[in-house]
Design a protein around this ligand. Structure first.
Ligand SMILES: *[C@@H]1O[C@H](CO)[C@@H](O)[C@H](O)[C@H]1NC(C)=O
Ligand SMILES: *[C@@H]1O[C@H](CO)[C@@H](O)[C@H](O)[C@H]1NC(C)=O
Ligand SMILES: *[C@@H]1O[C@H](CO)[C@@H](O)[C@H](O)[C@H]1NC(C)=O
Length: 433
């Protein structure tokens, strides 16, 4: 009975939100205001989505003014390699909508920088020289500069460079896809990061399982999590790997490089630092109690550094602590891995010699890939592993080490009291307990 009531209320709320959104959208398109996206909190911004480029196989994702490059506009895009020989142009318009331009437009030739890999589609920055008309609010890319009024336009974000930021740490999770339902590990990692000073999280969502979805909804309601729709599978056949021979497809790992770069620009002026790692990983400080203290220490030691690489250590989820202290009985029906149990780590580099994840000053990153940045305006530091490293708790991939070949590492247990009580609370409020 109670749940029927809840359903009715929920449906009521949903209809209200739908009407509200419809009304807001109508209102905007009628008044034709210049969008001031960069002045709004990110949760109210137009969601980036995947926009096919007219008469071509390319896609646009999002557009940002790049203040470090004389105000050129960067369109984060997914380009089809077989069409790269055709010239690309940018069309700038004032007061455009997604449906076409309304105000005056200009066009100019673009250049691009494409991620090198062996897939037929790849992430690229399409660079548009700074628009000659200062009122340009929207941009589109095209092969045909003489026919631009019917294009779909993206709002140009980051119109103003800021030098104070709302947050200290935002965690960008590049993507979730398939029926991934690792709810317990997600909630524990969220709570651990919140204890350590992460204030906001963004995840790009292709699809997910039902239990993790409940956790997403809870954190969205709390205003901590932004779930960005990422329907890459509606446009391309995504690979589930970084190599086409491991998992065939048209684009590298569900577009991970695209979403990471989108996240950098989307939050460039929102947060002092961005933490770039996946859902089954976290960056653990070993000599500090929070990421704030850790970064204060590192930034003092390496004052010119902008990119901090944390080495990856795998903690196989097949090896558990024998003391019997975990798992906790109340979590046994929650799908997913409990990180507190898996305190044995593989030797360094057992996984891959290049594997690391990043904390960056986004204003000093131009382009990133998964384990390092590719173009930046500052020094990259390899953080000593005794100061901090990545804990990657997952199924062993390369080798199945026996317990005596692994190192016991109880650092996570320093956070256990807070972590357990916060996890219980979040699971309860998500409807998972
Ligand atoms: C855009 O729309 C605003 C508000 O209607 C108007 O004041 C402005 O002149 C327009 N800009 C251009 C370049 O058409
Ligand atoms: C994630 O994406 C899937 C597929 O579009 C959707 O069904 C689900 O509701 C999304 N989850 C959230 C929290 O937005
Ligand atoms: C890995 O090793 C553990 C114990 O050392 C064993 O229980 C497990 O079956 C092994 N898994 C595989 C896939 O070899």
């Amino acid at each position: 009975m109670a749940s029927t009531k809840k359903m009715v209320i929920l449906i009521g709320i949903n209809s209200f939100i739908f009407l509200l959104v419809t009304w807001l959208l109508r209102d905007q398109s009628n008044q034709m205001e210049i969008p001031v996206d960069q002045n709004r909190p990110p949760e109210e911004r137009a969601q980036p989505t995947i926009t096919p480029v007219l008469n071509s196989k390319h896609f646009m994702v999002s557009a940002f003014k790049d203040h470090r490059q004389s105000g050129a506009v960067r369109v984060i895009s997914i380009l089809c390699r077989e069409e790269l020989k055709k010239k690309l142009y940018c069309a700038f318009c004032a007061n455009a909508t997604a449906e076409g331009s309304v105000g005056p437009c200009t066009s100019s030739e673009a250049w691009f920088d494409i991620h090198r890999n062996n897939f037929p589609y790849a992430t690229a920055s399409v660079m548009c020289p700074s628009p000659s008309s200062p009122g340009a609010t929207h941009v589109s890319i095209t092969n045909d500069p003489n026919n631009i009024h019917n294009l779909k336009f993206l709002p140009i974000q980051n119109q103003e460079a800021k030098n104070s930021y709302k947050y200290n740490f935002i965690w960008c999770i590049s993507n979730i896809f398939g029926k991934s339902n690792n709810a317990l590990q997600f909630v524990q990692t969220m709570e651990l990061y919140r204890i350590m000073g992460v204030q906001r999280v963004v995840i790009y969502n292709t699809s997910c399982g039902p239990d993790i979805e409940k956790a997403f909804k809870y954190y969205q309601k709390e205003g901590i999590l932004e779930v960005v729709p990422w329907p890459i599978d509606k446009f391309l056949k995504p690979s589930g790997s970084w190599r086409p021979d491991y998992s065939p497809g048209e684009i590298h790992y569900y577009g991970q490089v695209t979403t990471l770069n989108d996240c950098i620009y989307r939050y460039m002026y929102e947060s002092k630092y961005l933490v770039l790692n996946d859902l089954d990983e976290f960056i653990m400080p070993y000599k500090h109690a929070s990421l704030g203290d850790l970064m204060g220490f590192l930034q003092e030691r390496y004052s010119d550094a902008a990119i901090f690489r944390f080495w990856n250590y795998v903690y196989p989820n097949t090896q558990s602590d024998d003391s019997g202290r975990y798992p906790l009985p109340q979590w046994k029906n929650v799908p997913g891995v409990s990180i507190l149990e898996h305190i044995y780590r593989e030797p360094e580099n057992a996984d891959s010699p290049i594997s690391a994840k990043l904390i960056v000053d986004p204003r000093r990153v131009e382009q990133t890939i998964v384990h390092q940045t590719q173009k930046q305006f500052g020094r990259t530091i390899e953080v000593p592993t005794d100061i901090g490293h990545l804990m990657h708790i997952r199924h062993p991939k390369e080798k199945n080490f026996s317990k005596d070949q692994l190192t016991k590492d109880k650092r996570l247990w320093d956070f256990e009291t807070k972590l357990i009580s916060r996890t219980n609370q979040a699971l309860f409020k998500s409807g998972l307990l």
